[in-house]
Write a protein that binds this ligand. Structure first.
Ligand SMILES: *Cc1c(COP(=O)(O)O)cnc(C)c1O
Length: 365
């Protein structure tokens, strides 16, 4: 490498993460097609919205009667879901920082946010969980990026079957597009694009089902506020005409459309199979390590997409050594910064990338 040349890095960070391999090509095309000047009230934008929504529905198996909304972040999505779908009481299953944040936002917008916290061992078993009667919506961080705890979709479906009259909203920020959802049992799902889709930050997608939109309308009829510039009402009304209430991140929607098409060409099935293979490689390695181990003990709850490993205070040292080789991995979240490492396993990470990363880790340890 000559002086001034930048070493090519591979980002195994959990978000923002490694960009999708075709991103550069699509960005070049976007500039050529003058997408950054595209009027968001134009027919061309409407076509782009429709194509992106249709592609996402195909990739994620979303039923026809669900709507796709574009907002600015997953954090915004958390607040909008609460404002538009909860009159008084929300219920939050918390297995880490993102679940906790969601319940905090619910409190901050004046709701009675009841939480069930799985504190030290966030291996979540929903079997014996009692959902408060008053709760209108159950909020679940399906893949908790801070702890690497992933709740199997079957567990969530069982919970919905036991509470059919309550809405179920899931945060799939760090599990999409891997996570295979049966939307018969899910009313709302959302994600931002800088994780599993390998895109720049600043765009999020809310997938909203008919029951969620009915709830918004019921609240409006009662005179309850459901949000301001972005509410499920305003987003839904505009989405019917492939429009948005405000000037959206058109460039990122264009890039998402392009990457979704690439992913459809690969097929969701192939993405899932590869993700599982890479997850087995990562967990397989740390299972044989005598020093370090997965933070989540129960393999059923070990996230395939964001494995979190307990490295007993060696996090910084490992991260520094890997960084010298061009491999950037995540520190632990919050107070676990030095105890954990986090390794993203997204579609942008190839099997070869993971194999080389593990080789370096083996050498370091
Ligand atoms: C990253 C992340 C978020 C926040 O996403 P933003 O786009 O930064 O708002 C929310 N939930 C989970 C599970 C995440 O991993």
């Amino acid at each position: 490498m000559t002086e001034g040349e930048i070493m090519k890095k591979i980002y195994f960070t959990v978000g923002p993460s490694q960009v999708y391999p075709t991103l550069h090509k699509h960005m070049g095309k976007a500039i050529k097609e003058e997408i950054c000047s595209l009027n968001h009230r134009s027919q061309q934008f409407k076509n782009l919205y429709k194509e992106t929504a249709d592609g996402l529905k195909k990739l994620l198996n979303v039923p026809e009667n669900f709507q796709i909304f574009f907002v600015s972040s997953a954090t915004e999505s958390m607040e909008r879901v609460i404002q538009s779908c909860c009159q008084d009481t929300s219920f939050h299953i918390v297995a880490g920082a993102f679940g906790k944040a969601w319940s905090n936002y619910a409190s901050q917008v004046g709701k009675n946010a009841v939480t069930h916290i799985f504190e030290n061992t966030p291996d979540v078993n929903l079997d014996n969980l009692t959902v408060p009667k008053a709760a209108e919506i159950i909020c679940i961080t399906q893949n908790e990026t801070s702890t690497g705890c992933s709740i199997p979709i079957e567990e969530i479906i069982n919970l919905k079957k036991k509470n059919p009259e309550k809405l179920v909203a899931i945060d799939i920020v760090s599990s999409a597009p891997y996570i295979d959802i049966n939307f018969k049992y899910i009313d709302i799902a959302f994600f931002s694009v800088q994780k599993g889709f390998g895109l720049p930050a600043g765009l999020a997608v809310i997938i909203a089902g008919p029951k969620a939109l009915e709830k918004t309308e019921k609240m409006i009829k009662k005179g309850i506020k459901v949000g301001s510039y972005h509410s499920f009402r305003s987003l839904s009304e505009k989405a019917k005409d492939y429009q948005t209430p405000l000037t959206p991140n058109v460039l990122n929607i264009y890039l998402l459309n392009s990457v979704v098409k690439d992913m459809l060409k690969l097929s969701a099935n192939k993405i899932r199979k590869d993700t599982e293979k890479k997850a087995q490689m990562i967990y397989g390695y740390f299972k044989t390590s005598t020093r370090y181990f997965p933070f989540i003990k129960n393999p059923l709850f070990c996230s395939p997409t964001t494995p979190v490993l307990d490295v007993l205070g060696d996090s910084e040292q490992i991260r520094k050594k890997l960084s010298k080789k061009g491999f950037i991995i995540g520190a632990g979240y919050g107070t676990n910064r030095e105890n954990h490492i986090r390794i993203a396993n997204f579609p942008a990470h190839t099997i070869k990338n993971v194999s080389t990363l593990l080789k370096h880790i083996r050498y370091i340890i």
